[in-house]
Design a protein around this ligand. Structure first.
Ligand code: NAD
Ligand code: IPM
Ligand code: MN
Length: 374
């Protein structure tokens, strides 16, 4: 039987609560794959269709802020080498008030994204059944976007320095790097995604009215790549106007491509449009080469304000688990997970507090598993 090796990095705060929830759902999906193997799509008892049986083997890594306080590192020196043989990484969230964020995030999360050249960060923004967007009068049919975030350069390249530190004359420089190759490959992927969706639209987030080097290159590459995709309708919006458009005309947005920082900001807004940050999922992938395993994670952080209470919404993590199964080549399992998730939100009986409910992470997860294995 096919076995996928998954590295678990729950990390900090609610990462340690939502990853175990996602793992339980994944285990149920693997069990269901055995029970349903061989069924034809649409056959009774298996809405998601057949698929071969598969197994998942998990290995957990206790890397994160507690590990840092013990060892002085966020992960071992050979951390990337330890992760490399896995088929995928399933990550919770990194960051705790005891460790400066620029250390904890750069030394673990960004190290994995950059180290394995996972240059696409895919972030779907959709409204699940039974949930309402905070946007008055906008239905699920009008909010359906797929963000393609550049994930390995741009504003996050990490080059810079501080001069005359601590003095009144202090200078801080944070460099931004946009390469033609890096811009082109992420845009090409975004166009491919747009081509596969019914509306075939691509919006780009720019700021070339103020940033005359990097963002003008971004716009030039957009025009160049667009020539290969005459079937895709392209719009290039300044990022400030695009943020407003997400609120005023979300129905005009389909696939959106943005730089590392721009799309980071826009996708928290996307999470808010979905109804909670606890709903937004992401996949870090390299669609053209394998330097290491892809990584799947919620968009949200470690939420120190609610950690330890058992009430974190596990939907983003479960959705990320579905993205993982899809990218591992198990679309039936991915669909099964999403179908169970949709059934539970649609029913509306079990909800975590961020969605106005009173249920715990464990109760919501149990409801999803009950659906999945029904
Ligand atoms: P956050 O996403 O952790 O929290 C923002 C708000 O959303 C909080 O009120 C939180 O309670 C709520 N929230 C987030 N996820 C939720 C969930 N699943 N269920 C219910 N409510 C949820 O952002 P922040 O407060 O800016 O950051 C906290 C820490 O996490 C910082 O150290 C930050 O750097 C880090 N962070 C890490 C990641 C990551 O590892 N991918 C992402 C974002 C932030
Ligand atoms: C995200 C997070 C990270 C990012 C931070 C924590 C470095 O906000 O995944 O969206 O900005 O990429
Ligand atoms: Mn973010």
């Amino acid at each position: 039987m096919k076995t996928y090796r998954i590295a678990l990095v729950p990390g900090d705060g609610i990462g340690k609560e939502v990853v175990p929830a996602g793992v339980k759902v994944l285990e149920a999906a693997a069990r269901a794959s055995g029970a349903n193997a061989g069924l034809k799509p649409g056959a009774t008892g298996d809405a998601a269709g057949g698929g071969e049986a598969f197994q998942l083997s998990f290995q957990a890594f206790d890397w994160g802020c507690e590990y840092y306080l013990r060892t002085g590192r966020m992960m071992p020196e050979d951390g990337l080498e330890q992760l490399r043989p896995f088929d995928a990484i399933y990550l919770g969230a990194i960051g705790h008030p005891t460790v400066p964020d620029h250390i904890s995030l750069r030394e673990l999360l960004l190290k994995i994204r950059f180290g394995f050249d996972l240059y696409v960060n895919l972030r779907p923004v959709e409204i699940l059944p039974g949930l309402e967007s905070p946007l008055r009068g906008k239905s699920a049919a009008e909010i359906n976007m797929l963000f393609v975030r550049e994930n390995t350069e741009g504003e996050y390249c990490g080059l810079g320095g501080r001069f005359k530190r601590g003095t009144a004359e202090e200078v801080a420089i944070q460099q931004v790097i946009f390469t033609r190759r890096g811009t082109k490959r992420v845009m090409r992927y975004a166009f491919e995604q747009a081509r596969r969706r019914p509306r075939r639209r691509l919006a780009s987030a720019t700021k070339s009215n103020a940033m005359q080097y990097t963002m003008v290159l971004w716009d030039e590459v957009l025009r160049e790549v667009a020539r290969d995709y005459p079937d895709v309708t392209v719009a290039n919006y300044h990022v400030d106007a695009l943020a407003a458009r997400m609120i005023t005309h979300p129905e005009t947005l389909d696939v959106v491509v943005g730089s590392n920082l721009f799309a980071d900001v826009l996708t928290d807004l996307g999470g808010a449009l979905q109804g909670s940050l606890g709903l937004a999922a992401s996949a870090n992938i390299n669609p053209t080469a394998r330097l290491g395993p892809p990584m799947f994670e919620p968009v949200h952080g470690s939420a120190p304000d609610i950690e330890g209470r058992g009430v974190a919404n596990p939907i983003a993590a479960i959705w990320a688990a579905s993205l993982m199964m899809e990218h591992l080549g198990e679309p039936a399992a991915a669909t099964r997970i999403m179908a169970a998730l949709r059934a539970v939100t649609g029913e509306g009986r079990v909800r975590t507090p961020d969605l106005g409910g009173k249920n715990t992470t464990a109760e919501f997860t149990a409801a999803v598993i009950a659906r999945l294995t029904a």
